[in-house]
Design a protein around this ligand. Structure first.
Ligand code: SAM
Length: 264
């Protein structure tokens, strides 16, 4: 992707999430689950500087602020930050910035927490270099992300209708390992699990993805609304996945990682 295209893409991501900021906390069932299951990996020491990368509405930033001395919430979306500032612990420092260019000093942070954000980073290795730059040697990254296999039902239903990209490209487990197991960092622990959420119909699923700001597609050729006919056809193919109870399942393949920055 050209530099200009990358910036446009990031601006679109910020806008999409911004529009979702008001509805996000009610529709974020997956986020709540994934963010909470990272808790056992959090260090017990309290005198730490912690960065919540892609802090969204600040739900987990608030939890971190009750455990750690200094907590920073960083997000690219103005509206998400506005919402977070109005609702959360007033000691939190909020920064509007892009994770690919973090406005913090080298080796200034002890711990980076990031829940369901890094799947939006592109190129991911640039963001990881930034993360490792601001992290102190021996510092930890505790994160979740979605990986390949996520929304496979939706992907395969659309595939039978057209060749447009309707679901973002997710990294594989091997790619995650290659990105974090380098001379600079090591993936100490990892977990991969399928979370299957249930929907009354495909419109319910589409609404939740929209509510989460997850409807942004960087490489989508046809940016307009898919025609009603196409949408209808897709929902027909989706019925192949219907559960006996008439519920529509959607798979989210969740990858959780505990990474240490090596002392070089
Ligand atoms: C799915 S939400 C997760 C929010 C929060 N971590 C939570 O668990 O509730 C993803 C967040 O990442 C932010 N984001 C996406 N790309 C970003 C980037 N390049 N830099 C900083 N934040 C970004 C979005 O604005 C959004 O608030």
């Amino acid at each position: 992707m050209q530099k200009e295209e990358i910036w446009q893409t990031r601006e679109n991501i910020a806008k999409t999430f911004g529009l979702a900021s008001q509805s996000y906390d009610v529709s974020a069932r997956l986020q709540r689950f994934s963010g909470k299951h990272l808790m056992p990996w959090l260090p017990k020491k309290s005198d730490l500087t912690v960065l919540d990368l892609g802090s969204g509405t600040g739900f987990f930033t608030d939890l971190l602020a009750s455990n750690y001395q200094q907590v920073i919430g960083l997000d690219i979306s103005t509206n998400m930050l506005r919402f977070a500032k109005s609702k959360r612990n007033e000691n939190i420092l909020w920064i509007e910035a892009d994770a690919h260019k973090i406005p913090l000093a080298d080796e200034s942070v002890d711990l980076i927490y990031s829940n369901l954000v890094i799947q939006w980073f592109d190129p991911l290795n640039v963001a990881i270099n930034e993360i490792l730059r601001v992290l102190k040697p021996g510092g930890l990254i505790i994160f979740t992300t979605l990986i390949d296999g996520t929304l496979h039902e939706l992907k395969s239903s659309w595939k039978q209708v057209d060749n447009d990209q309707h679901v973002i490209d997710f990294k594989t487990v091997d790619e995650m390992n290659a990105l974090f197991n380098t001379g600079q960092s090591k993936l100490l622990e990892q977990k991969c699990q399928d979370i299957i959420l249930e929907y009354q119909n495909v419109i319910h699923l589409a609404r939740e993805l929209k509510g989460l700001g997850a409807n942004h597609l960087p490489n989508k050729k046809n940016r307009g609304l898919s025609g009603k006919d196409k949408w209808f056809k897709m929902t027909e193919f989706y019925q192949d996945f219907l559960e006996p109870s008439g519920i529509y399942p959607a798979t989210y393949r969740l990858f959780s990682g505990l990474v240490v920055k090596l002392n070089n």
